[in-house]
Every structure is written in C-alpha cells, then in structure tokens.
Design a protein around this ligand. Structure first.
Ligand code: CUA
Length: 170
C-alpha cells in the first residue's frame, strides 16, 4: 500500500503522542500511586443517614490520633455545614450521598471528589490555616447553587479536638 510521506509522518506523530499519553497515565497510576479519590467502599444510600460510618457527621479523631471528617451530601446541603480542623495536619475525608451525585470541592485546594450515592468517596489532604468555601460542583438540581459549606482551618495550637470516639471505620 502506498502511503504518502506526509500522511506517514502524521500517522507516526499520532502514534508517538498516544504512546506518551498512555505512558504518563501508567506512570502516574502505578509509579506514583495516583488514583481517583475512592476506595471502592459501598453503602446503601437509603440507609446512609443511620449507617454507623455516617451516623455522626463531622470531625473525629481515631485511637491513633488521625483526624477524620465524615460528610453527607444531599439535595441541597452538606452535612455538617461547618467544620473546624487543624492546619497542616492530614485529614481523611469520607463522603457519600443519600440521593444524587454531588461534587465536593474545597475551593482553591486539592480537596475535591465526586460524591456518588452507593459509594464512599475518600481522600486525605491537609490545609494551610484559613477559611475555605466548600461548594458543590456537580449539577444536582434546582438548589445546586445553594449547596455550600464552610471549612475553618485553625492553627494546631488553637484546635479543640472533639471528644475521642470510634472513627476508625477502616
Ligand atoms: Cu449538590 Cu450540586
């Protein structure tokens, strides 16, 4: 088959670009362990409000001193609507939705995940001290634009840990 020189050049160029894309994805996923914020934990959305993992929303500290935040998304609010966490401390967020898909975005940080009914989304990150807006970034209905919450990040010395409770649900 006779392929024109320029066509051959473009074919090779496309091949090289595709190889670069796949390689960079593979390096990020397997080399740097970068994965979407989830760990394939399931939950019954109809019972999420009473589920032991989400019965108490908000900040907790587990037996080993790690800070957790349990958050529920529902039309059209985040529960809890305000949280206070220590600065420069890794916090593991666990989120689920009891109705439709929402998007949890701690604005101007890397704290962000889709919140999908039936699944528990999880990410761990830390913040500099300050006030952060939490928005919903997945259109979820007529009240989508009202679905906001606040995150207060205070210096470690000013942070009052909540009463220690069992938070180590994995
Ligand atoms: Cu929830 Cu948009």
């Amino acid at each position: 088959m006779n392929v024109d020189l320029y066509e051959r050049i473009w074919m090779w160029a496309v091949g090289v670009v595709l190889a670069l894309f796949f390689t960079s994805t593979a390096v990020a996923a397997f080399g740097h362990q970068m994965h979407p914020p989830s760990h394939i934990e399931t939950i019954d959305p109809a019972k999420a409000l009473g589920d032991p993992r989400f019965k108490k929303q908000g900040v907790s500290v587990d037996a080993s001193g790690r800070v957790h935040a349990q958050v529920l998304g529902l039309m059209f609010t985040w529960l809890p609507a305000e949280m206070t966490i220590p600065a420069d401390t890794p916090v593991t967020f666990k989120l689920t939705s009891i109705d439709v898909i929402h998007g949890y975005q701690i604005v101007r940080t890397n704290g962000q995940t889709m919140v999908v009914p039936g699944y528990v989304s999880q990410f761990t990150t830390q913040f500099a001290a300050g006030e952060y807006l939490i928005a919903c970034n997945e259109y979820c209905g007529v009240g989508h634009h009202l679905m906001a919450a606040k995150l207060h990040v205070v210096p470690q010395s000013q942070w009052q840990p909540p009463a220690r409770e069992v938070a180590d649900v994995r």
